[in-house]
Structures are given as structure tokens and as C-alpha cells.
Design a protein around this ligand. Sequence first.
Ligand SMILES: [Fe+2]
Length: 127
Amino acid sequence: MPRVFKAIDIDKEQKEIMKDYLDRHMPHVICADEVKKGKIFRVKVRMGENYPHPDDHDHYISTIQLWNRETLLAETKYSSGAYGNKPVNVEVDFFINAPDVSMNLTAMAVCTKHGLWQSEEKPVKVI
Ligand SMILES: [Fe+2]
């Protein structure tokens, strides 16, 4: 099993010391807190907040996944150079159909050099 770097496991002190490294690898799930059952809604996943990640031939964000609890909902893949070999906060929008029950969304992201990273959980209420 690969090691998974999780937002929830990183304490405040560690966050401060390694803030640029942690920030550029951490996926964030951004969407409405509440959605209507059976409607399509947008879920954005963004890598980092303040620090962009490299887009080099041997070091780039290769995969972003969106999970609802233990179910993989969507996934996107990138090749190196997709962002012109310039540092970037990679963003992707997924469009998901709201199921019958509330969701707990998580994003996973793969850096080709620094492994697998997991976002905080984003609860979404379905009404
Ligand atoms: Fe990296």
C-alpha cells in the first residue's frame, strides 16, 4: 500500500514549517454545502491555495480523483507539460449527479515525485 498524505494527519506546527510543500500538494474539494437530489452539480478540485506545483517532465500532478466515501466518482489524468512546464495550481471541475443520500466527498491527487495526497472531507447535504 502506498503512504497517503492526509490533511487530517498534519498538525499545525508541521503545517507552518513545511507550508509551501504541503500547500502545493494538498487537494481541496470546493462545492455547494447543499444540493438537490437528482440534480447535476459542480465539484471543483483545486491543488493548493497559495503555492503552485511544478509542471516538469519528471515532477507534475498526474492524477486527480473524486471520491464519495469509498466510491470513486471521477478521475482525471494529466501529462507533464499540460500547463506549459510552468508552476500551476491545477484545477478540475467534475459534474456529479446528486444521489438520494448525503455525501462525504474527498479528493485524492498523485504527484509523480511526492506520492498520494488526500484532501479534507467535504460533507454535502442532499435535499
Ligand atoms: Fe510534488
